[in-house]
Design a protein around this ligand. Sequence first.
Ligand code: SF4
Length: 123
Amino acid sequence: MRTPSGVECDFYFTDYYRGREWEECRLLARSPDRAKWTPKLCATCPVPAIRRANRCPTMILKARIRRRWLFLRRVEVEAYCTLSGQPVAEPMVGCGRCHEHRMGAKGLGLAQAPESPPEPPSR
Ligand code: SF4
C-alpha cells in the first residue's frame, strides 16, 4: 500500500471504510514502539527501499523508533536471516546464504567455497 510519503510499503495499512480513519505500520504492530508511530515516520523509513532492493523470503525485518535529536524520530531496522541464523549486516544486499541453494549456483560460481581445499587426486 502507498504510504503518505508516496512510496509503496508492504507494512503500511489503512482503513477508511465507513468513516474509519485507521493507519498502521504492521512492522511495528508487535513492537513496544507501536504507540509512538505516526505516518510522518514513513517519509524517512528505510524499509521500502530495503524491500525494493532485497525480497529475500528468509530475511526478517525488525523495526524500532529511535530519537535522534530533541524532536527528530526515525525508524531503525535490523535484519535477521532465518536460513543462516545470523543478523544481516547489509539488509539491502542480504547475507547471500540463500544463493547457495539455488539451482545451478555451483556452475555459476555462486556457491560458497568448501571449508577445506579438495584433496589432490592420488596416483
Ligand atoms: S514506518 Fe516504514 S515500515 Fe512502517 S509503514 Fe511506514 S514505511 Fe512502512
